[in-house]
Design a protein around this ligand. Structure first.
Ligand code: ZN
Length: 412
């Protein structure tokens, strides 16, 4: 902190005070408003706060918050302080606030919104950039992912001292990462392939087989990988196989963990040191936690887009455990719910399904089409009261998730 120029120190102090005021006023954890004020006083605050730190950036459509948490856990083996925006405030103000709050931390692990990655790379000069996946977030952003990938590619070009850790199973991620000087390729899988049928180089159709994907017309193909998720195990860069045995459920989280292990190795942390720490992570920003409610256990899963719904289905307790689906269409969710039609809901047949949310009727129509039986309910408690067993899984999109957390007494 003492090394910061006067204006940056002032910006951090004012930002911190604003954050405290915001917290006292009951408006969230205050980190974003603190960062906003800080950046207004010193526009280069993020760059100034990044000087002399080793920074890891994490981006992608899905899994950012969880992977950021897992990388932070793995790097804990180094025994140094780590600055992180653990609660997902992932634009410039949130990042500045996270670094400002931990002025002496030599490490920073930061989740970054996809659209802000180029600017944040410029400001923070990261040691590692982690690219998870890229797919439609909301229908109204559909055309953007190609543009986003192009901007990443430009921002990552060169930089011989930087490492990019990238998911080789996602063709668009591969294209974006392959401009970088040093790439660690991870076979992290790709459950959702509907947004990547075209070659990013020549526009032809991509072919997929057991060896991965390749273009039918040009030489663009899946690169060889140093890290592989194989069932419940990881094969590391030295070819050693380790059992993951995570507490977090589902395939998507196993692949996030493999990415975290690859990042940790850049900092000299071996899988044997990192894995016990990854296994301790049981919930991330309220997700996966079991909350007691009226004598039953409610577990919350977040799904913001088609790819996220597939991941959530994979994590559901086995049938007949009932599930509540909650859909809103506020600004953070995307106003257009037509993406609901891209998801295959037939996997829900054979279990009790409840539907709620401001756009529950849109989802109901979609379930009808897939011949999935359901009951419309007012909210989480009405579903809880109708459950015959002991547990209820909830899949909700962004604002619906926050509303249910409030209803269950777990958030402001
Ligand atoms: Zn091609």
């Amino acid at each position: 902190m003492g090394k910061l120029p006067m204006r940056a120190r002032l910006a951090t102090t004012l930002g911190g005070a604003a954050g405290t005021m915001s917290r006292l006023a009951g408006r969230g954890d205050g980190s974003v408003i603190g960062g906003v004020i800080g950046l207004r006083v010193e526009p280069h605050l993020l760059a100034l706060l990044s000087v002399d730190r080793r920074i890891v950036l994490v981006t992608g459509t899905n899994g950012k918050t969880t992977t950021t948490r897992l990388i932070t856990a793995a790097l804990g083996a180094l025994g140094q302080d780590i600055a992180s925006n653990a609660f997902g405030a992932n634009m410039e103000a949130g990042l500045a606030a996270a670094l400002g709050k931990a002025p002496d931390a030599p490490l920073g692990v930061l989740e970054v919104d996809e659209r802000y990655l180029p600017a944040v790379i410029k400001a923070t000069n990261p040691r590692v950039v982690t690219l998870l996946n890229l797919s439609r977030d909301q229908m109204d952003r559909a055309a953007e992912i190609w543009l986003v990938a192009r901007r990443w590619r430009e921002a990552l070009a060169g930089a011989p001292e930087r490492w990019v850790v990238a998911n080789a199973d996602d063709p668009l991620i591969t294209w974006a990462a392959s401009s970088a000087a040093n790439v660690i390729w991870v076979a992290a899988g790709q459950a959702w392939q509907e947004d990547s049928w075209c070659c990013a180089v020549c526009g032809s159709h991509l072919l997929r087989d057991e060896l991965g994907w390749r273009c039918g017309e040009c030489s663009f193909r899946r690169p060889a990988t140093g890290w592989v998720l194989e069932g419940g195990s990881v094969i590391d860069s030295a070819g050693r196989i380790s059992d993951l045995s995570l507490t977090l459920p589902g395939r998507a989280n196993r692949s996030n963990a493999v990415v975290a292990l690859a990042v940790a190795e850049v900092f000299g942390v071996e899988p044997a040191q990192a894995l016990p720490r990854l296994r301790e992570v049981a919930s991330v920003a309220g997700r996966y936690t079991r909350l007691p409610r009226r004598g039953r256990q409610v577990r919350l899963l977040l799904a913001k887009n088609p790819a996220g719904w597939l991941e959530a289905f994979d994590v559901l307790e086995p049938a007949p455990t009932p599930v509540l689906l909650a859909v809103n269409a506020q600004v953070p969710d995307g106003k257009d719910t037509s993406w609901l039609w891209d998801v295959d809901y037939r996997v829900l047949r054979g279990r009790r399904v409840f539907v709620t949310g401001e756009r529950g009727l849109d989802l109901a129509v979609r379930l009808e089409a897939d011949q999935v039986a359901f009951d419309l309910v007012e909210g989480v408690d009405e579903a809880v009261d109708q459950v015959s067993g002991t547990s209820l899984d909830v899949i909700a999109n962004y604002t619906a998730f926050q509303q249910i957390r409030v209803a269950l007494g777990r958030a402001e």
